[in-house]
Design a protein around this ligand. Structure first.
Ligand code: FAD
Length: 304
């Protein structure tokens, strides 16, 4: 699909979408409606998260497997080191390979007690994400993506530690970093400068969270240490009981964020969809990303 926006100076824009495994039949229907809606946009890959402490092991696997069987999308399965032996993790990895999965998003995971608790590796498990990445690459020739934190990881003593850890993950075989969501683009570019200065040259793909529920996003940002600018709060002020307007504002805010990133040279985006298609679909449309039948018309005309 041709998807070049005037803003990106004709450079192709690519996207990936993140979903979480559904808990109920109703949530499963919502997820599959979203996947069906977003699939024609031909994302580079779609990723499926792994619940805290491996709690969604079966559900993540089932969702990924259904994507392999029922779509032409390239799935990326998230996998963490938490509460599992190396043998258990390796079994999951082999299962993915056998099911036709070729991409894993490798993570350490949060401590079982939740963010803020001390992380203790499993006695017989992978102790760090870099070890997990190396383990995955030993098993088979997977593409491996890892996390990156423009505002530092909440446990981090400083950027130097974070950058050492990112470098170790890349040295172990990761070929892409996907960032935690952020709302202030300057923080992303400052971080990117630090990453490049450290000699890390893999793509650092911005993770975009279109905010439609401001309260929820604020909660999340407090937990993850993500800076929530005052102007963002102001945009949603007074709209707590007005979901319709909130949605329109959410689209405008997210469009503003991705357009600024495109203007500053970014051509790859990872969207945290929260299993909803509408906002992400609209933003992709603005970026010039269209289903095949419209792609010809869209090229070169989008993002005016
Ligand atoms: P790493 O990148 O390995 O480390 C994160 C930070 O922790 C480091 O930068 C450093 O500050 C500190 N740290 C780690 N190891 C050491 C060490 N040995 N010494 C000193 N400091 C250390 N969680 C899930 O449970 N399931 C998911 O599917 C999931 N998907 C995610 C996807 C993305 C794109 C992102 C950004 C996060 C995701 N998370 C997920 C959250 C993630 O598991 C947590 O943030 C977790 O606390 C850290 O895991 P990580 O792989 O990012 O850790």
């Amino acid at each position: 699909i041709e998807r070049r926006s005037r803003r990106s100076g004709g450079k192709p824009i690519s996207v990936s979408f993140e979903f979480f495994p559904p808990k109920t039949a109703e949530m499963e229907a919502t997820l599959w409606n979203s996947i069906t809606r977003l699939a024609p946009l031909a994302p580079k890959f779609v990723s499926v998260t792994y619940g805290a402490g491996g709690s969604t092991r079966e559900r993540t696997h089932a969702t990924v497997e259904r994507i392999v069987k029922e779509t032409r999308l390239a799935p990326a399965a998230h996998l963490t080191c938490v509460s599992a032996t190396k043998a258990e993790v390796d079994e999951v990895v082999r299962g993915y390979w056998d099911a036709g999965v070729r991409h894993i998003v490798a993570l350490r995971g949060d401590p079982p007690g939740g963010v803020g608790h001390h992380y203790e590796p499993h006695a017989e498990g992978y102790r760090t994400t870099a070890e997990l990445v190396a383990g995955i690459r030993r098993i088979a020739n997977f593409e491996v993506s890892v996390s990156a934190y423009p505002e530092k990881h909440p446990e981090s003593p400083g950027f130097d530690t974070d950058l050492d850890i990112l470098a170790a993950k890349v040295d172990a075989g990761a070929t892409r970093a996907i960032t935690q969501c952020f709302f202030d683009n300057d923080l992303y570019f400052d971080y990117l400068d630090k990453v490049r200065a450290r000699g890390i040259d893999v793509p650092v793909v911005p993770g975009i969270l279109p905010v439609s529920n401001f309260k929820q996003a604020k909660n999340f940002s407090e937990k993850t240490g993500t800076y929530m600018p005052d102007w963002l709060a102001a945009r949603f002020e007074g709209l707590d009981n007005d979901p319709e307007t909130r949605k329109l504002i959410a689209a405008a805010v997210a469009a503003e964020q991705v357009f600024d990133l495109v203007d500053r040279g970014v051509t790859e985006f990872h969207f945290y969809t929260l299993n909803r298609a509408d906002l992400v679909y609209a933003i992709c449309h603005l970026l010039g990303i269209r289903p095949p039948q419209e792609a010809g018309q869209a090229s070169g005309q989008a993002a005016a």
